[in-house]
Write a protein that binds this ligand. Structure first.
Ligand code: SF4
Ligand code: SF4
Length: 167
């Protein structure tokens, strides 16, 4: 049976994300000093446990606040889906950011709908598919990023909280 999603986790994140920022920075630093073996053991199942309780459709904060990177393959795929030329797609939806990455030029994302669904979901950028980088190996390798992402993503916040109870 599917586990019931818990909106309280998103409300809880919203209330505590600022006050816990410094603590999370310290905690992810501590994690980076652990052996790979210990870290991988602790991370086992945590992503799945948290995402079983959080429904991204209750949130969509990543789509509302972090313009995703778009690579050339993404641009070609999405443009084709929209029936646009790649150059026209880039002119309308893409900009180059301060890190010289090609990113969506609007935030919230222009493909996000009022019900928090993505109108190009099957064709969305690789960066959207991979966010928030907490599955398996990625959870143990992007610790600095998780401390930042805990400010934007309730799932990352609660994944770090889970890890705190284990370590
Ligand atoms: S911010 Fe995190 S929890 Fe919210 S929609 Fe994005 S991935 Fe899901
Ligand atoms: S393309 Fe879709 S998944 Fe990616 S940010 Fe936009 S609305 Fe969200």
């Amino acid at each position: 049976m599917a586990q019931k999603k818990d909106k309280f986790l998103i409300e809880d994140w919203n209330k505590r994300k600022i006050e816990i920022q410094a603590e999370n920075k310290k905690f992810t630093k501590k994690l980076s000093r652990l052996s790979d073996k210990k870290l991988i053991e602790a991370a086992e199942g945590v992503h799945d446990k948290v995402f079983a309780k959080i429904d991204c459709l209750d949130c969509a904060n990543c789509c509302k606040s972090i313009p995703p990177i778009i690579n050339e393959t993404d641009a070609r795929r999405i443009a084709k889906h929209l029936g646009m030329k790649v150059t026209a797609f880039k002119d309308q939806y893409v900009k180059i950011d301060e890190d010289m990455d090609m990113v969506m030029n609007q935030s919230p994302c222009p493909f996000l709908q009022a019900d928090n669904t993505c109108i190009i979901y099957e064709f969305r950028p690789k960066a959207c598919r991979e966010y928030p980088h907490t599955e398996n190996y990625e959870l143990t390798k992007k610790l600095k990023l998780h401390a930042i992402n805990a400010q934007y993503c309730p799932a990352v916040f609660h994944i770090l909280e889970e890890l705190k109870t284990k370590l």
